[in-house]
Write a protein that binds this ligand. Structure first.
Ligand code: C2E
Ligand code: CA
Ligand code: CA
Length: 561
């Protein structure tokens, strides 16, 4: 029978037209596209088999990867098979089975089947190339790892599927990676970093990922139930870089986590990214902790800290900080005995108390600038009072512990004090207790340096730290400021407190130290002080911290009863 070219061309054309809109060989539409041409060529089933050549040259068994038009009734023995070699030396077989009960294929039909096979193969190759290119888009450029686009894709998919609340995410940075590189070499460093991340990747499913963002920064997107495992893993693991020599290095990370609470919390991959980046920054720069979990309170804290830090420099230049003076009172004749300089921030017309900015400035060295600023303003005020002929009292200035490591601190203090020609006996520095041995040594040096040149020193908040007794034994302070927490509220009200208070004062007196009680708020406390032979007090019962102008009026009452 003559070959029906006309219908062959029609069937081929229909196949090619339908192929134009198909992008994946696995698509179910593909079988539909093949329908006409297969019917024409009496093909009952087509199989595509893949045979992989392994790295040792052996062949992995054939796997049917796709089959089409399977109607079950085929002449299994009389198949036509074509073999194609792919770029990676792997083999792909295309197997065509005739419809059962039909006469054998003619030569010309076999010829046309092999044309069809070539077309299928070129389509298959194209799809593979496109797949590889697509995959490249999501791979890191240097290491065999996913990249940020992959994270975005996966998160988008989970958001779309309404499953984002099953997830948590983490941004991490490998701790001291440059030191690791220096100590074991860059190549080993990279090897170790890759192994650290790959071990983690092994624990994840296809719906989770670990991605490299840049150098030693990564993101993990994972199911919530793996949280404990990941937190522990990132704290540190021994990673081998030379198995034979048994050489390893401990790798750990600083991390920021976010556990998605509900669907509405994360609407885009950026929502997730912003949160884990804030958390890791908090861990690294502010909390100085191995990890931080994101929550709104953390965010507010970061914003507040950033705000204070960025406003501080400008505020200092604009002289927005004010110095207030809280009188110290002598209890025999109720005379003004001195004052403590306390700073306030006049911010946008409102007075901000020190507790809301000093702890933040104390995390860096900004507090030192502020203390010098306060000292300078105190000296300026004192110079003016001296010029006006006022009777002088001793003014104390707070010095943060942050100054202790500053080797030039004493020079700096005396340069300010001497510039304004303030007699040293009118100044006192309040210092708090220390926590480390190094600080203790520095404190000793500073206390004796101030004293040797006539500036008074006082232990502030005495009793709340850890080294109180050592501190007064080894350094010769002038004044001991008993912290307000030791002050009994009422006579016999709190016996433990009363006993401690009594003994602290006795101790100070036996050592020849002046003793002052802070935070005195009522007349009963004044009576307790007097009964215990403490005749100096500072507190709201007498005065609140006063603006300079008001304190000056108070000064004029020096000598008054
Ligand atoms: P501090 O050195 O212990 O200062 C005493 C604090 O107790 C002051 O709080 C003062 O207003 C408060 N106070 C005084 N009398 C009473 C009272 O009767 N009852 C109660 N409840 N409180 C009383 P302020 O001014 O808010 O300062 C808080 C802390 O901020 C200071 O504690 C000090 O540690 C720090 N600070 C203030 N100014 C400076 C400064 O210029 N430099 C440094 N480094 N720290 C400063
Ligand atoms: Ca103080
Ligand atoms: Ca104090």
């Amino acid at each position: 029978m003559a070959f029906d070219y006309e219908n062959y061309m029609k069937a081929m054309e229909s196949f090619m037209l339908q192929m134009k809109s198909i992008t994946d060989i696995r698509s179910s539409q593909f079988g539909g596209a093949l329908k006409d041409i297969c019917q024409f060529l009496r093909i009952g089933r087509i199989e595509i088999c893949f045979c992989e050549v392994l790295s040792d040259g052996k062949k992995k068994e054939e796997n049917i990867i796709h089959h089409f038009l399977d109607n079950g009734a085929c002449e299994e023995k009389n198949e036509f098979t074509a073999k194609e070699i792919t770029g990676e030396e792997n083999t792909v077989y295309y197997k065509f089975y005739p419809i059962a009960g039909e006469p054998l294929w003619s030569e010309i039909e076999i010829d046309k089947i092999s044309v069809l096979e070539k077309m299928l193969h070129s389509f298959y190759s194209l799809v593979r190339i496109m797949g590889a290119a697509e995959k490249m888009k999501f791979r890191d450029q240097q290491l065999p790892l996913w990249n940020l686009s992959y994270f975005t894709k996966l998160v988008e998919k989970q958001i779309e599927m309404g499953q984002i609340e099953r997830y948590a995410a983490c941004y991490f940075n490998i701790k001291r990676f440059s030191t690791v590189n220096q100590s074991i070499g860059r190549d080993n460093g990279t090897k170790v970093m890759l192994a650290f991340v790959k071990n983690l990747e092994d624990e994840l499913t296809q719906e989770e990922c670990v991605c490299r963002v840049s150098r030693d920064n990564f993101i993990i997107f994972f199911y919530k139930e793996k949280l404990d495992f990941i937190v522990e893993y990132l704290q540190g693991m021994d990673i081998f870089y030379d198995e034979k020599e048994n050489k390893n290095v401990n790798i750990g990370a600083t991390a920021g986590y976010y556990v998605v609470p509900d669907k509405d919390a994360v609407r885009t991959p950026n929502d997730l990214m912003d949160k884990i980046v804030s958390a890791v920054n908090m861990a690294r720069n502010i909390a100085k902790a191995p990890y931080v979990f994101y929550n709104e309170a953390v965010m507010e804290k970061i914003n507040n800290i950033k705000q204070v830090e960025s406003d501080f420099r400008r505020a200092l230049e604009n002289e927005e900080f004010l110095v207030y003076y809280q009188p110290k009172v002598e209890l025999k004749e109720y005379k003004l005995a001195g004052a403590e300089a306390l700073c306030r921030w006049m911010k946008n017309g409102k007075i901000v108390p020190p507790d809301s900015f000093i702890p933040i400035l104390e995390q860096g060295n900004s507090i030192c600038q502020l203390d010098f600023y306060v000292l300078e303003h105190v000296c300026k005020d004192m110079r003016r009072w001296m010029k006006e002929g006022k009777e002088m009292v001793r003014i104390s200035v707070n010095l943060s512990r942050r100054h202790l490591e500053d080797q030039d601190l004493l020079d700096h203090i005396f340069s300010i004090v001497d510039y304004y020609r303030i007699p040293h006996q009118y100044l006192e520095m309040e210092l708090t207790e220390t926590t480390t041995d190094v600080e203790f040594k520095d404190l000793k040096r500073i206390v004796s340096g101030l004293q040797s040149r006539g500036i008074h020193t006082s232990v502030d908040d005495f009793g709340v730290g850890y080294s109180s007794l050592n501190l007064i034994e080894e350094m010769s302070w002038n004044v001991l400021k008993v912290d307000k927490s030791f002050l009994p509220l009422k006579e016999n009200g709190d016996t433990r407190k009363s006993v401690m208070f009594k003994h602290i004062i006795a101790l100070a007196q036996n050592l020849g130290l002046e003793c002052i009680a802070e935070g005195v708020e009522n007349i009963e406390q004044v009576r307790i002080l007097k009964e215990n032979n403490c005749f100096l007090a500072q507190g709201f019962y007498f005065d609140r911290p006063l603006p300079a102008a008001e304190f000056e009026k108070r000064m004029q009452r020096v000598g008054e009863a």
